[in-house]
Design a protein around this ligand. Sequence first.
Ligand code: SAH
Length: 348
Amino acid sequence: MKTDILSTDRASVVQLLARLGEPEWRAGQIIDWAWRGVDFDGMTNLPVGLREKLAGCATINLPQIERKLVSSIDGTIKYLFRLSDGEAIESVVMRYRHGNTICISSQAGCRMGCRFCASNTCGTARNLRVSEMLGQVIAAQKDTGKRIDGIVLMGIGEPLDNYDNVLSFIRAVSSEEGLNIGCRHISLSTCGLADKIYRLADEKLQITLSVSLHACSDEERSALMPINNKWNIEALLRACRVYFNKTRRRISFEYTLIAGVNDTPGHAKRLSALLHGYFGRSAPFHVNLIALNEVEGRGYVRSDAAARFARELEGLRVNATVRRILGPDIKASCGQLRAHNIHPEPNP
Ligand code: SAH
């Protein structure tokens, strides 16, 4: 097995150098290059002999850009990356006034089975290694020539189902010797693995936790998200409350509006009562209203009531924003491109 430089820490690189009879101080040079997405043969301040030795026993495991789509509407870029074992994942680079944010995948596939989501079309999931998550950020920076300022773990996969690697990734990417992207610029979205939310609360990271709620009764949520049968709304919101108490970070709830399913005035009232019930009047939470990206064959239709629903929530003292739709022309939503590339549309 070759050492995967971007998945290991500095101490392991030092050990590797010791085995090769090389001095410790080379580690900094190697890691520096790797973080810039440069392979061993391009590490020009290393002797050629060392570069060759490294190539024989180590790897800079960067995902390869297989496809790149650029939205002609808002400049959003979507990458389809190919991993070393042939798996495909997606990342999206979004350009905001305050900088560039990348949405990355944490698994190849997803096991959670949310009914409206395209990520699980292909069954099983493989956890991404640390280098495969870092690689999405590094490859996007290298390709665009622009610094990435923020990261959202909202692409394919359930980040808390790949807990250890995701935590190592967050620590690496936010470290000063890494990409130095502060935790306050990192969001992690979960479908609601309550046990892992308790664990995350104890890590005391300043990241933003986004929780995919999408419904305000167990019956309705279980119909959309099978994970609700394991961790129901009460278990989930209790964990969220503890997360807030320990981190003092405001929680963001994702609510995808689906016509006739969760978008009536009654739903807005129940959602407000539910969240105020757990968080009290001071409301240390925010609701993000997402437009459904319709996935063929699922029977769910995008609601056109987002503005009305947001107004109703505001009237009920719930902070809510309607999330802008980015890259509507390039299938910029979760799993859509991957699904398309694994099951290509039949030729006419
Ligand atoms: N597994 C994590 C992160 C990935 S999905 C989670 O569930 O939170 C990121 C967000 O997009 C989630 O809120 C998810 O429910 C939502 N989402 C997935 N598919 C969607 C679709 N087709 N339309 C709108 N939102 C979708």
